[in-house]
Design a protein around this ligand. Structure first.
Ligand code: ZN
Length: 200
């Protein structure tokens, strides 16, 4: 914890002065262009891997970057998506999975989750992701294959949200699927889900 407090001091001393103009502008405007949905994993840092500035990304993070298919009755994920798409009017939505994802590993390897019942329940939102994996997938390919399949499945779930469906129908938003590879720092586009390359 101590290093976080020291980090705040370093931020105020070394970083903030160069960005004070940006923060002054952001004090009264919030117009992010992108909704970035990633796993809660500490090794995935959306602003770092995209080199985005404060104000650029509206971020939702969940275990396994899972987005429950829409159902009446709001929760934090539904509200966040609706706010970003319908109120803030983001032009792009990215669902970003990552290598060595703990959630996907637990599913791919059939870990016992009886000690974490809420996690087990939550991971049911990846049932369709598991169903997309070929039964004869080699053991060492199971986790990376599930990570990719899960990004595609969660993009499909995303499109069931009325705010997203409406924006898609009107051509106001584009959906993208990415996978961040931790050891190389590279980003792979998920072919059957993304409509745009991650890099220009
Ligand atoms: Zn993860």
């Amino acid at each position: 914890m101590r290093h976080l407090a020291e980090g705040i001091h370093r931020f105020q001393r070394d970083v903030f002065p160069d960005k004070s103009g940006l923060f002054a502008q952001l004090a009264t405007t919030h117009q992010p262009g992108t909704l970035f949905i990633s796993c809660s994993d500490a090794r995935v840092v959306p602003e770092l891997i995209t080199q985005a500035d404060p104000g650029d990304l509206f971020v939702i993070r969940t275990a396994g970057n899972l987005i429950p298919a829409y159902a009446p009755g709001s929760d934090g994920v539904v509200a966040g998506i609706e706010y970003a798409v319908a109120v803030l009017g983001v032009q792009d939505v990215i669902v970003c999975g990552h290598s060595s994802c703990g959630a996907m590993t637990a599913l791919a390897e059939g870990h016992d989750l009886t000690g974490a019942p809420a996690v087990a329940d939550w991971l049911r939102h990846a049932d369709v992701s598991r169903a997309r994996i070929a039964a004869d997938t080699a053991d060492e390919e199971k986790v990376p294959a599930l990570v990719r399949a899960n990004v595609a499945a969660q993009l499909a779930n995303l499109a069931t949200h009325p705010s997203v469906a409406r924006a898609l129908a009107e051509g106001d938003v584009r959906l993208h699927g990415w996978v961040f590879d931790i050891p190389t720092g590279t980003v792979e586009e998920v072919d059957d889900a993304a409509r745009q390359a991650p890099a220009a």
